[in-house]
Design a protein around this ligand. Sequence first.
Ligand SMILES: C[S@@+](CC[C@H](N)C(=O)[O-])C[C@H]1O[C@@H](n2cnc3c(N)ncnc32)[C@H](O)[C@@H]1O
Length: 261
Amino acid sequence: MVDLSKRINIAKSFGLASKSYDISARLQRFSGKQLMTWLPNRHDLTVLDLGCGTGFFTDILAGRYQKIIGLDISSNMLSFASSNRNNMISWLEADAYHLPLATESVDLVYSNLMIQWCDALEDVVQEVLRVLKPGGLFIFSTLVDGTLHELKSSWQQVDNDRHVIDFKTTAQLKHACSLDNSKLLEFNEQPIVLEYENVMHLAKELKGLGANHVPEKLNRGLAGKDKWQQMMAAYKAFVDADGVYPATYRVFSGMVVKLNG
Ligand SMILES: C[S@@+](CC[C@H](N)C(=O)[O-])C[C@H]1O[C@@H](n2cnc3c(N)ncnc32)[C@H](O)[C@@H]1O
């Protein structure tokens, strides 16, 4: 059973970040641009940008394809997108688990760094496959296990709460993409290490992206000052000789085809 209240909180957290998102999104820009290299060359396609956020990539897709739909669970993200992007784009407020689109109506689903927020990943992939035409493509990027391992292990030295979301393993991801009616045609996994001035800089970037919400967190309040200081002290073990704080993101990109019949 997929928990709706969890997804409402994710939407709120992203909604609060709709104005700060674009300046914090260095990882998203990088992975989204990489995904573009897999895009088909035909122009006459109907394309869905799943979890479109502020619509940065939806806008680029609108320059390449005939019909574009930008879909997101956050109304704030969509209101930012609709006032700042190409006015030919159709914007839809909806949940990736229940797409308000007809079966076999879409040629291409593009999704940059959204599905890591979906616990029941196979359900989302099935829903994407439902709306795709046979032969249609699902081109996506997500984050896998090992992402933010520095932050995770620093918090583990302080308490047993969940401070970082649980990312799927590569094997779980490949399994979710290889259903009866689909095949993972291409994939690529790479660690990207971003540099920060300190842990607060990292925390602010995650907040600016709306990615600071951890659904399974036991203690809903903010961790106290003492705990933060202990965590920041533990993070120092990762700091390099130049005083730079690294944070690792393991980006998995994939291209799935919907099989005929
Ligand atoms: C990290 S942002 C990526 C935004 C955009 N794709 C980009 O590359 O900038 C993730 C987006 O996924 C949306 N999202 C999270 N869970 C969702 C769900 N279940 N259904 C639809 N959108 C969702 C969030 O509201 C947020 O805008």
